[in-house]
Design a protein around this ligand. Structure first.
Ligand code: SF4
Length: 228
């Protein structure tokens, strides 16, 4: 953001005042600070992470955007770059890390795997997109996306930050910011605690059908619907 953009508040500021001080709005200065100091969390999941590492190295130089300080702790991170295949074994940890990040926080799904499962979409151990569990702000397509594509995604995130207003976001609302996403449970398959009622209903119906089939001579239980 240039100095002119910072001062473009929509209010008439006398020219003589402009030469002495910078007059801007809270939203503009707040977003200007945030967009130029996004600290990504330092973690990678698969091959996309190699491209993310290249983006931070000297050729592409994330430091130009104030994003070079990758943090080893979610407590100090503003941005989670999900760079790689999200497996069912890994998603509980990802959700836990997301919950531990302070607001305002953002998620960027890097590559086909993080966005929708990618080449492993039908895999028994792969989640079909990290957005099934945590909210994603920016999707970067590709397998893997190039460093330029990741930079474009980060610039897109900066534009999103520019458009936010402190009056409308819920970060400082205790009720909104206190809500953590339930951590999925890894069992025979991954289970989302938000779907427990549905799972219990399905299990009860299945047992009922099996009981009826067992009482009927020659009867067979109806096939259970797929996807559970
Ligand atoms: S999107 Fe392609 S490059 Fe990225 S983690 Fe998946 S398979 Fe690897």
């Amino acid at each position: 953001m240039t100095g002119q953009e910072l001062e473009a508040t929509g209010y008439d500021i006398p020219p003589e005042l402009k030469q002495q001080v910078t007059v801007t709005s809270i939203d503009k200065i707040y977003n200007w600070g945030r967009r130029n100091s996004i600290w990504p969390m330092m973690f990678g999941l698969a091959c996309c992470a190699i491209e993310m590492i290249c983006t931070a190295a000297s050729r592409y130089d994330l430091a130009r955007f104030g994003m070079e300080v990758m943090r080893p702790s979610p407590r100090q991170s503003d941005l989670m770059i999900v760079s790689g295949t999200v497996t069912k074994k890994m998603i509980p940890q990802i959700v836990r890390l997301f919950n531990q990040m302070p607001e305002p926080k953002y998620v960027l799904a890097m590559g086909a795997c993080a966005s929708g499962g990618g080449p492993f979409k039908e895999g028994y151990n792969v989640v079909s997109g990290v957005d099934r569990y945590i909210p994603v702000d920016v999707y970067v397509p590709g397998c893997p996306p190039t460093p330029q594509a990741l930079l474009h995604g980060l610039i897109t995130l900066q534009k999103k930050i520019d458009s936010q207003s402190i009056r409308r976001v819920g970060w400082y609302d205790k009720k909104v910011s206190a809500e953590a996403i339930p951590v999925p449970v890894l069992g025979p398959d991954i289970m989302d605690p938000r779907e427990y009622a549905q799972i219990a209903r399905y299990t009860a119906e299945k047992r009922q059908k099996e009981a009826i089939a067992a009482q009927t001579p020659g009867g067979t239980a109806q096939a259970a619907p797929a996807g559970h």
